[in-house]
Design a protein around this ligand. Structure first.
Ligand code: ECB
Length: 135
């Protein structure tokens, strides 16, 4: 049995996002603007199939995948790299590994109470985010 994280979620906490962006090689000016964004996650979950859209005033990023199936992810509009990505449930955590040019890259989503958590990691840097259901 897996958890249902579908819905529209508003960012309420965003810690260490700048360091995560540095590890991805994002330039200073872009980081300063991106660091001010309060993003929304729109998650569609249909059994093993997911679509996640990260929505912001600057740009949106969309990713679709099936649990356990490697897919080519192009982080278009972010750091614009190609990754071989795979997402799995590990217990109640949804864990994505993004293999590619950057080592130790991926993210983890999980629920805790009414909040959706996200850790984004790359080359030893970890950004921690929390989201609440959109009103
Ligand atoms: C799309 C919202 C952020 C837009 C920031 C714009 C420019 C900054 C450029 C690069 C920043 C590097 C990464 C952005 C960080 C977070 C976006 C989350 C992307 C992601 O992997 O979400 C996963 C997990 O929720 C689902 O795709």
């Amino acid at each position: 049995m897996s958890v249902n994280i579908s819905g529209t979620w508003d960012m309420v906490i965003n810690v260490n996002f700048d360091a995560y962006m540095v590890s991805l090689g994002i330039d200073f000016a872009t980081r300063k603007v991106a660091g001010l964004l309060k993003t929304q996650k729109v998650i569609e979950q249909d059994g093993q199939f997911f679509t996640m859209t990260t929505v912001s005033a600057l740009r949106n990023y969309k990713s679709s995948f099936k649990i356990g199936e490697e897919f080519e992810e192009v982080t278009k509009g972010l750091d614009n790299r190609k990754c071989q990505s795979q997402v799995n449930w590990i217990g109640d955590k949804l864990v994505c590994v993004q293999k590619g040019e950057k080592r130790d890259r991926g993210w983890t989503h999980w629920l805790e109470g009414d909040e959706l958590y996200l850790e984004l990691y790359c080359e030893g840097k970890v950004c921690k985010q929390a989201y609440r259901r959109s009103a």
